[in-house]
Each structure stands twice: as structure tokens, then as C-alpha cells.
Ligand binder design. Sequence first.
Ligand code: SDX
Length: 431
Amino acid sequence: MSTKRYDLVDSGNGTRIPLDVRDGTLGPSVVDIGRLYAEAGLFTYDPGFKATASCESRITYIDGEKGILLYRGYPVDQLAEHSSFLEVAFLLLYGDLPGRDQLESFRRSITMHTMINESLLRFFNGFHFNAHPMAMLSGVVGSMSAFYHDTMDINNARHRDIFAHRIIAKLPTIAAAAYKHSMGQPFVYPQNRLDYCSNLLHMFFAVPSQTYEIDPVAANALDLLFILHADHEQNASTSTVRLAGSSGTNPYSAIAAGISSLWGPAHGGANEAVLNMLETIGSADKIPKYVERAKDPGDKFRLMGFGHRVYKNFDPRAKIIREMCHKVLAELGNNDSPLLELALRLEEIALEDEYFIERNLYPNVDFYSGIIYRALDIPKSMFTVMFAIARTVGWVAHWQEMIADPARKIGRPRQLYTGPDRRDYVPLDNR
Ligand code: SDX
């Protein structure tokens, strides 16, 4: 409980309802409104949940004003510099950095779960070749609940752990199968000799007709991007996973719901939308025209990759990815990325513009990530799939935290009803 006190006072009759305040480790305290309806017959109203804490969590902390992102207390820039995606996955799932043996055992378990049931592979033949990979991903992940009946007791900690390892291990395999299906190429099985990101590249780009050499620069770039995308507290897709999971449904269906939410262009779908936007703008001389369109309230066009519900300063992940662009492109040997030049120029122009400055609209995680994915020959349609592979770790960590909470309740928000008052049925002849 906090030392702070808040009372809700009815200015009409002076009644006063004391509201408990709770302090977190970091960030804003919360006013507990649990008794508001019972004692005052009131709901709170916060469309888009701009100022509403939906849960208590110990996983990730964001300070939007200072541009801070902590995974279990560790700054994301330190993890980006010193850690690996699987080590970060262990941290987010279990709450602490693993010891050497723990990391080795976790890595081995993930490696041993990368294959998918052969029947799952046949699902892809049901999709047309031009099906969007996110449609295939959400469909196939949702169908995984039909395969693992032996470990679907969500109240069994061992089952929850097996689910976590299975889904984190299999996402790249399913993503690669979606890509191969869209290319009309044969599916490539995971190789246990390869690390997580090298395996993904091999499953994406290897073909039976020749040996595929994995470029360590590409594998390292993916690993870093996955660290940066692994979790982000109660974003739309994570909140979707929590709400879906709160009904007690199986975890594969909850993750499939998260994948569907991530796909939206206002969320994880923005990385694909940024590349489409940069290709539409085409050249730096056209930037002012599109910046004006983005500022026009009557124009639906927005600068994709700009703005954030929480960050009112630079998204720390965007900063790291922007620096990474130069390094990865140079190491991959294609220095002249006209798209990167265009993105840098667009950022420069936008950040000098009053409209963006007064609304605190800065580049977010999606603004630069697509430039790196493209440099790795990953097609635009797969960009959000890459985001989903990384964010699966965060979704699983939050799902586990929610399910393991003995005070867990099904999520069931209320509403402000502004529809018609009660009225009687009107027979057809009288209408
Ligand atoms: C992700 O939540 C997370 O943590 C998400 C994420 C994660 O890791 O999970 O960080 C990943 O989803 C990043 C965001 C990716 N989406 C985009 O890049 C799409 C473009 N951005 C916008 O759609 C928007 O900025 C949002 C959705 C990201 C945030 O929207 P908000 O918080 O609801 O803000 P808003 O729409 O109320 O905008 C406030 C003002 C409005 O202008 P006014 O009505 O005040 O005049 O800013 C304007 C908006 O019109 N605005 C933009 C803009 N984003 C906001 N104007 C032009 N271009 C933009 N991109």
C-alpha cells in the first residue's frame, strides 16, 4: 500500500469514498478503483487504456518520458550489447539471468523442440501461395492446440514450461514454412547443429540444390533485433494474450490471438507499413509532401514508424536499430541503402517540424527494423512475422505470470452505454 491517499468526493452530497493507492517498484502509483462500483455505482472511463493499469507485472518496465526499457530490471541497451536472444528469453521467462549450465540446458531444450508435427506441415498446402504469412502464422499456431493434448493443463507448472519451450522453439520453423510455401520452395527442416537465428536463416534460405552458407553478420543482426522486440509490457498484443488467456483457454490459442493483434498497422504491422511508405515516398524531394499529408487531420495518411502510446521521447530500441543499420549494411557490403538514406532524411525533416515536436512523435521500434530485414533479404510480408517470433517470448512470459497468479480472474471490462433506452418490439406491419 502507498502512503498517498485519494478520496472520491461527490460534490453534490459530499459523500467521500477513500481510494487505496499502491506504489510499484518504479513508475506511477495506481489508484485501486475496485470498490468504486460497489460503493458509488460508478465505472471509470479510459478508451484505449491511456491511463489504466490492467494488471500487476514484474516483467518489463518502460519510462516513456525518459525513453527507458528494462527487462526484469536490466536495461535493454545493456542486454543488446552483452546478451543473446535465448538468454533474454530465459530472463523474461524465469526472472533472472541464467547461470552457464542453466543457459546450456535451456538452449538444448529449445533446440530439441524446433521440429513441427508433419501433419502441421500439410496445413500450409491449404493456403494459396500468396496468403499473407501472418494469416498462415496465426492459423497454424492456433491449430497447435490440436496436437499437444498431453500437456495442456494450464494449472500444471510443468505443462506451462513445456508449452513455453515448444512455442518459442517452433515459431521460427512455422515462420520459415510459411515463407517457403509463399516461395513455392520445399520446406527445410531445422538443424540441431545451428543456433536459434542461424537455424532460422537456414530454414528460410537453404534450397536442396546448393549449400547455404550462413552469414554470421545476418545471424547476429537477427539475434539483436529479437532481443529488442522480445517484450514491451502491456502493449496491444500482450494485453490480447492476457485477456484471451484469462478465460482459461489453451495457451496456443492465446498466442494466436496475440499474433492477430500484432498484425495491425498501428502495432507490429507498422514495420511492413514503413517500408511501403518509404517506397511510396520514393525520393527525398517528395518527403515534404508526405509530411504535410501526415499532419492533415483530414488525411488518413500517417508517418508509419512514428509515434508511440508510451514513449514521448525517443524509443530506445529505435536508437539502437538506427545505429545497427549503418553497421549491418556496411558489414553486409551494401553501404548505399537509398531506403536508409530516405528514412534518415524523413526523420530529420519530421523532427524539425512543430507538429511532430509538440505531439512528441519520434521514430519507434518499427521505423528502422524493416531496413535491416530487407538487407537480410527477408521480404516485407515477413517483417511482422519476425516481430512475432521475438514477441512470443514476451507473450509467453506474461501469459505464465497471469496464469500462475492465484488471484487470476477472467478479464471482463465494462462500458459507458449510450445506446437507445428500453423500448418494445414493433411488428413488421407497423414499421
Ligand atoms: C508498436 O504499445 C507498444 O508498446 C507497441 C510496440 C511494442 O513493442 O509492442 O512499441 C510496437 O506498435 C510501435 C508503434 C507502431 N505503429 C506505428 O508506427 C503506426 C504509426 N503510429 C501511430 O498510429 C500512433 O502513433 C500510435 C498508434 C503508435 C500511437 O497512437 P496514440 O498513442 O493513440 O496517439 P494518437 O493516435 O492519439 O496520436 C496523438 C496525436 C494525434 O494528433 P491530434 O489528434 O492530437 O492532432 O499524434 C498524431 C495523431 O494524429 N499522430 C500522428 C502519428 N501518430 C500520432 N500523426 C502523424 N503520423 C503519426 N505516425
